[in-house]
Design a protein around this ligand. Structure first.
Ligand code: 4NP
Length: 153
């Protein structure tokens, strides 16, 4: 069976669409399926932020097929691993967990690089282009580690 991975941020237009696209570029699509969602509802059905599209394009990751959607408790049933971008996303997702099994699926994505240090992927929405480059590099490093684990499963 495929391993199912969900990337979650606040708006589902800046960070989690990049995380989805980057991880997709590193894994076997026959073995792993990946989606993303936001804890908020403002950007449901929207394209990713143009600045995320642009940094992805620069590194060969096309995220223009994605549209925003909101996280819902049923996602705990649909996914094996739920990676959140920051501690605020973590709290918002954990608050919707129905049991311990749900909670155990949720992990800060940068825990893959800095285990236990609670490092956030900073929200780049109100900043400039450099923030998006920084986000891309952090996510690329984390997704490389995730992909190497998933490709072994
Ligand atoms: P994201 O960034 O969580 O990385 O998609 C944000 C995008 C939009 C908003 C907040 C964060 N917003 O408040 O609309």
């Amino acid at each position: 069976m495929k391993t199912r991975v969900l990337m979650v941020c606040l708006g589902n237009i800046c960070r989690s669409p990049l995380a989805e696209g980057i991880l997709k570029s590193k894994v076997d699509p026959n073995k792993v399926s990946i989606d993303s969602a936001g804890t908020g509802s403002w950007h449901v059905d929207h394209l990713p932020d143009p600045r995320s599209i642009s940094v992805g394009k620069r590194y060969g990751v096309d995220i223009t097929g994605q549209r925003g959607r909101q996280f819902e408790p049923a996602d705990f049933d649909r996914f094996d691993h739920i990676y959140v971008m920051d501690t605020s996303n973590y709290d918002d997702v954990i608050a919707q967990a129905r049991n311990e099994e749900d909670k155990n699926k949720v992990q800060l994505i940068l825990d893959e690089i800095f285990p236990g240090e609670k490092v956030d992927v900073p929200d780049p929405y109100h900043g400039g282009e450099h923030g998006f480059e920084n986000v891309f590099q952090m996510l690329d490093e984390a997704c490389e580690i995730i992909a190497s684990k998933l490709n072994k499963e």
